[in-house]
Write a protein that binds this ligand. Structure first.
Ligand code: ATP
Ligand code: MG
Length: 431
């Protein structure tokens, strides 16, 4: 009988890689706290209707990627494919708008989409996202874009490209949509099957097609930027102006659309070349229509989501993470009494904040000390029969080989000093 493997499109994140994830999470928490964002945690599954209404039935996510199921009470539920719909539902349900002003929220966690698994594309993946709800000001658009760039910088990623576009208001888009369909109609037979299908349902999304032939046709399409109202143009220009002042480089890509009805004005993506085909690490934009669409008051909002698998992949490529620091102390002991004492000593040292790993093998000291070397600990404690009888302990600094004997009470008295010395002997963080 074979063993059971992780489900298709899911993967384990093993301890060596978790180091990167923990670093990302810590940096995100600090950075977002400094920018006045507060964390929101919503359920992993929601009623299917939320995503159908929120994301739009004509999108890939709702059309073919959702993990939906009936529960035992015959309710249709869906594992969340993204975070915005749940955040907005929570915003409306808990009347966060009644608190007045702007809500700055962030979230992180697993998302689920039934996709063809490939590098950078999984069925369970993770996102970190922000939402600024309650401001129509272009400064909010600039703020979230700068935050994404600051975040990438903080995790050691400097080589990205920011693409920017405006999809205007619903009225601008209706106007544009007509012109686009008129342009595409004569090419209908040459479009890829998906795009042909979208010609009537969701033609803007055709601009985003990865199919070569379709992309070439899309290049010649009229630009949405020529169909923006004066107010939409002013909004877009203000966003660009602010980004320039903040020294955030960007390129304008009129083919960048996030084809949902509720998206308005700014749309943007951060791409990283070394990621290959799935190069978008962060996607975002303004969604002034979503909150009212979901039954809340008319409320403007803007946000983004970063794909953490892709982010961690780049961090690994750059090796831009601190190496996993080993424990402070490795405790080698041999003999019943010594082994018992090693547990007590480790417990007391941990109470003052030192990290301690105990060797449980009972093997010869030579073997235990080899493992001590491999553990990355700064020093090893050695407790044999003689030390146990005399209530002493040998301390061996693993880098220098320097070795001394202390009484166990001296060891505890000097624990704080020891900790400082261990800190100094550890390699500096790389970031
Ligand atoms: P794509 O064009 O790559 O399918 P998308 O438009 O579906 O992206 P968004 O919904 O904007 O992606 O999600 C934001 C980010 O989440 C993406 O830029 C990507 O980094 C990440 N992401 C989306 N889907 C997946 C997935 N199936 N596996 C891993 N990461 C993903
Ligand atoms: Mg997708």
């Amino acid at each position: 009988m074979g063993f059971i493997q992780a489900s298709r499109g899911t993967r384990d994140i093993l301890p060596d890689e978790v180091v990167y994830w923990q670093q990302v999470e810590k940096i995100a928490r600090d950075l977002l706290h400094n920018a006045a964002y507060r964390e929101l945690r919503t359920p992993i599954f929601e009623q299917t209707d939320l995503f159908e209404r929120g994301i739009g039935e004509a999108t890939d996510v709702v059309g073919k990627e959702m993990y939906s199921f009936l529960d035992r009470g015959d309710r249709s539920l869906t594992l969340r494919p993204e975070g915005t719909a749940g955040a907005v539902r929570a915003y409306i349900e808990h009347k966060l708008h009644a608190q007045g002003g702007v809500q700055r929220l962030w979230y992180t966690g697993p998302m689920f989409r039934y996709e063809r698994p490939q590098a950078g594309r999984q069925r369970q993946f993770h996102q970190l996202g922000v939402e600024v709800i309650g401001s129509a000001d272009p400064r909010a658009d600039a703020e979230v874009i700068v935050l994404a760039s600051d975040f990438l910088k903080a995790v050691g990623i400097h080589d990205w490209m920011l693409s920017l576009n405006s999809v205007g208001t619903k009225a601008d888009r209706l106007h544009y949509r007509e012109a686009l369909v008129a342009y595409l109609q004569p090419f209908a037979e040459e479009l890829d099957a998906d795009s042909r299908d979208r010609l009537n349902r969701n033609p803007l999304r055709i601009l985003d097609s990865k199919d070569e032939k379709t992309a070439a046709i899309a290049k010649g399409a009229p630009s949405i930027l020529d169909y923006l109202s004066e107010a939409s143009q002013a909004h877009f220009e203000r966003v660009q102006d602010l980004l320039q002042r903040l020294k955030i480089p960007f390129v304008i890509n009129p083919c960048l659309v996030r084809g949902l009805d509720y998206y308005t004005h700014t749309a943007f993506e951060f791409q990283i070349d070394t990621l290959g085909a799935q190069s978008t690490v962060c996607g975002g934009g303004r969604y002034d229509g979503l909150i009212s669409e979901l039954g809340g008051p008319e409320t403007p909002a803007v946000g983004w989501a970063i794909g953490l698998e892709r982010l961690v992949l780049v961090m690994q490529q750059n090796q831009s993470a601190a190496l996993q620091a080993g424990v402070d102390i490795y405790c080698a002991a041999r003999g019943d009494e010594a082994e018992a004492q090693s547990l007590e000593i480790a417990q007391r040292l941990r109470q003052v904040g030192l990290s301690v790993e105990i060797d449980l093998s009972g093997s010869a000291f030579g073997k235990q000390l080899k493992r001590a070397d491999r553990s990355g600990a700064a020093l090893s404690l050695i407790i044999g029969e003689e030390e146990a009888t005399n209530h002493t302990v040998q301390i061996k600094w693993l880098t220098s080989g320097e070795q001394i004997t202390l009484s166990q009470s001296e060891l505890f008295d000097q624990a704080v000093l020891l900790q400082e010395k261990i800190m100094l002997s550890k390699p500096a963080k790389k970031i």
